[in-house]
Each structure stands twice: as C-alpha cells, then as structure tokens.
Write a protein that binds this ligand. Structure first.
Ligand code: HAM
Length: 427
C-alpha cells in the first residue's frame, strides 16, 4: 500500500525545512528587536472560539470534530481568538500594553491553490491594551522591518491601508442597515478579487442597493484623504476622527522611515468579522499574488470573549505566499548547510584515529562527520563533497592533510597539533 501526504499539507524535506527555519528565525529576530515576546497556545480549541466572531468564511473552513466526550473541537485556523482567550484569562496580572508574537501552525480546509494551503505557518504580531494609532503604526513597521530584512524593498511590496469604520460609514450612507453590515463588508472585501459584474451581483445579494454601487466604488477608489471625505459627502464627526487617525498613522510611518512602503487603499476591508478600525494587507507590488499579510484593529474581541474593553491590534503573515514572493524576487538565501569538515581514513586501517578526531572535533563545537563504510580515499572525498563539507581532514599514520574542498589547497599538519586547535586550519 502506498500513502500520499494529505491534500494541502507539505512534507518538509531538509532543504524545505531549512527554508522554514530561515523564515521562523527571521520572524523571531525581527519580533524581538521590535520589543515583542513570544507566546503559543494549543492547536485544538473549542469550536465556539472560532464560530463566535471570526466570520462565516473562516467558520466554513474549519477542520472540526466531536471528541469521545462529545465536545465540539476545532484545529486552529488562526491564533487571534486564542490570544484573546489567553490574555483575558490573565488580564489583571499582565502589564499593558502587551506586545506578543507567535509562529503558529494553522489549519484551514481551503481549496488548495497557489499560496493557499490546508496547513501553514503564520507569524503573528499583536499589541493589546493600547487605543493609540501608534500601536497600529508599530505593528505595520514591524511587518515592513521583516520584509526589508528579507531583502524586499518598497518596489517589491506594498502595505495597503484601509479603515473599517469609514467603510461602514460609506455603507450606511449607501443605505445598508446594520443587520446587513457584516455580509455587505464581506462582499466589499471580495471586490478586488472578482470581476465588476460578479461583484455587483454579490453586493446586491449582500443587501447593498444597486443604485449606490458606483458611489461605494468611488469611496473605495479614493486616492487620498480629501477624496475620501468628499466621497462621504463631507465627513461627520466620527468619520473625521477616523480620517485623522489615518493621517496620523501615515505620519508615524513616515517618521519611522517606512512611509514609502505604505499606501492608502480603502478597498482593503479584511475577511474576518472582528476588525473595528484601521485595517491593512501586504501585497507584492505587481499585485499578482494573494496577500502576504493582513491585520488591523480589533477592539471588541476581548470583551466579546467575556473580558474587559481593551484596544487590540495586530497582523498575521503567512509562510506560503512569502516563500513564493521571495523566490520570484530572487531573495531566497543560500541555505545549503554543510559540515565544517569530513574526516577521512587515508590508510584504510585508522578507524580508531578517525573516531578520536571526530569525537574531539564535535566536542569542541566543529561540525564533523566521517564515512561509516570502509572505502578508499577517492570515495570518501566524494562523500565529503556531497555532504558540502568545507574541509577534508585526511588522516594518515604519519600525519594529516587538511584539504580546502573549495580551492583544492592542502596543508600537512601533525595530528596532535591539528586536534589542539582545528579551527586554526579551517578558516
Ligand atoms: P488572515 O488574513 O486570515 O488573518 O491571514 C493572514 C495571512 O495568513 C494571509 O495574508 C496569508 O498570507 C496567510 N494565510 C491565510 N490563509 C492561508 C492559507 N490557507 N494558506 C496559506 N496561507 C494563508 C488572520 O489570520 C488574522 N488572525 C491576522 C491577525 C492577527 N489579525 C490581528 N492579529
């Protein structure tokens, strides 16, 4: 019987694993230098945690089951609800604002396609306990800090920034009542992904009056904040406050030196239902791929889960689209990890010396290996090359040869001297 990996999952063979580790290490490094500390939660949660406020789309993509005790469980499709649950449980003990990051393994029963899998990793950055736009700016800065660290410039990626409250205001103006708001927002979120006709059909089905679609599109396509104000027919006090927040945000991002990565774009609505404020998604500049990251403010989620009213904001960045983007831009680093050295039995009867040398090298922190097969020097050298070793250490009864495998250069050294300080011979 032959088995295949489950649809939408990946096998991490060593070269793939090296890439996964590179992403995780970079995410971790950037998080720490931006002042975030790491947390994690369980892969399994009660189903309700995700059906309450993540929205219909994610609810329809849950891997869920009933356990033997009759409990309805789900494999986490995102970590934000877990974060809200965990913070609520210790809300009085945690000094705020809380700056946490996580690298969860997530599961969504999506139709697998380019950049969309059923099992993937996501970097999450969240600040809880701050209502200030500065917190949104910090999260966006951290996302850009990571992309820049990975070699992506403002010519490669763009952060598109929108506003949930302004979008809600535009929908109210269009005659959408509050009971239809969630479905109307979900329809608007889909607009950049479908044809104008398909959008119109979807929008009307979601409760948006057909005769207000042009006006809504004008609002979403506004290129600057005065055009936004104009498309809202002159903003009321609440909308003016939201516009001021966007203005502050752009100013902060400019101050932090990443303004060139950011663009106002009110077509960004976000697919998840819990967002309440500034929202954003990161895309490749050419717009060929799905979003690399998405996030925003979700000030009601903790309260909805039985906690206090606290401001919260953050984003998630997925590994799948990021990997495609880095490959397309030629920014995948060379991750072919090799050994420092490969120890070779040059006489065919020096296994005890080989083991002694390998043992001493490894104990001293040098990555060393040897051939378990008794074979001639040529074959052992071949194996050293195949294993990407930088040096071959060829042991003979009368001394050793240290061979640089990149240049072919070889130096003779007495064995005792070499083992005393091997790094002096492997620069
Ligand atoms: P999301 O937009 O659902 O947000 O996901 C964020 C990113 O995760 C996406 O932009 C994409 O790169 C990646 N992603 C999502 N689904 C898949 C999939 N099926 N396969 C591969 N990658 C995927 C959230 O998850 C929010 N919880 C983010 C957040 C954190 N908001 C506030 N804090």
């Amino acid at each position: 019987m032959k088995f295949k990996a489950v649809k939408g999952t990946r096998d991490f063979y060593p070269d793939r694993m090296a890439l996964r580790n590179y992403l995780a290490e970079t995410w971790r490094k950037v998080s720490l230098r931006n002042g975030f500390v790491e947390f994690d939660g369980p892969v399994l949660e009660y189903l309700d945690l995700f059906s309450v406020k993540s929205g219909d789309e994610i609810a329809s993509q849950l891997f869920s089951f009933t356990d033997r005790g009759g409990r309805a469980l789900a494999m986490r499709p995102e970590i934000t609800p877990t974060l809200a649950r965990m913070v609520n449980a210790q809300i009085n003990a945690l000094p705020r604002p809380i700056k946490w990051f996580s690298l969860p393994r997530l599961f969504r029963a999506e139709n697998p396609q380019k950049g969309r899998l059923r099992e993937f990793f996501q970097w999450n950055i969240d600040i809880i306990g701050s209502d200030s736009v500065l917190a949104d700016a910090e999260c966006i800065f951290t996302a850009i800090d990571c992309l820049r660290e990975m070699g992506l410039s403002a010519e490669d990626v763009v952060v598109r920034i929108g506003s949930r409250p302004l979008t809600v205001a535009a929908l109210r103006l269009a005659g959408v009542n509050d009971s239809a708001m969630e479905t109307a927002l979900a329809a608007l979120d889909k607009r950049p992904k479908v044809s104008p006709d398909a959008f119109a059909e979807m929008a009307v089905a979601a409760g948006i009056p057909a005769n207000s679609l042009d006006k809504l599109c004008e609002f979403q396509d506004a290129k600057n904040l005065s055009a936004v104000t104009a498309s809202l027919g002159g903003a009321d006090a609440d909308s003016a406050a939201e516009i001021a927040k966007l203005e502050s945000l752009m100013g902060y991002l400019d101050n932090m030196g990443v303004g060139d990565y950011c663009k106002l774009d009110l077509r960004i609505v976000r697919g998840l239902a819990y967002y309440t404020g500034i929202v954003y998604e990161v895309f490749d500049a050419a717009g060929d791929l799905r979003a690399v990251a998405g996030g925003g403010r979700y000030d009601n989620l903790l309260k909805l889960f039985g906690g206090p009213e606290v401001g919260a904001t953050g984003f998630g960045m997925g590994d799948a689209v990021l990997e495609i983007l880095l490959a397309e831009k030629g920014k995948l680093p060379d991750l072919s990890a090799g050994l420092d050295c490969f120890v070779i039995d040059g006489d065919g009867n020096l296994l005890d010396k080989v083991l002694e040398a390998v043992g001493r090298l490894r104990r001293g922190g040098t990555a060393a290996d040897f051939s378990a097969k008794r074979q001639n020097v040529g074959k052992q050298l071949k194996e050293a090359n195949r294993r990407n070793a930088r040096y071959a250490i060829i042991l003979r009864a009368d001394g050793i040869g240290v061979k640089n495998l990149a240049t072919g250069e070889q130096t003779g050294v007495p064995i005792g001297e070499f083992l005393e300080n091997p790094s002096a011979y492997m620069i």
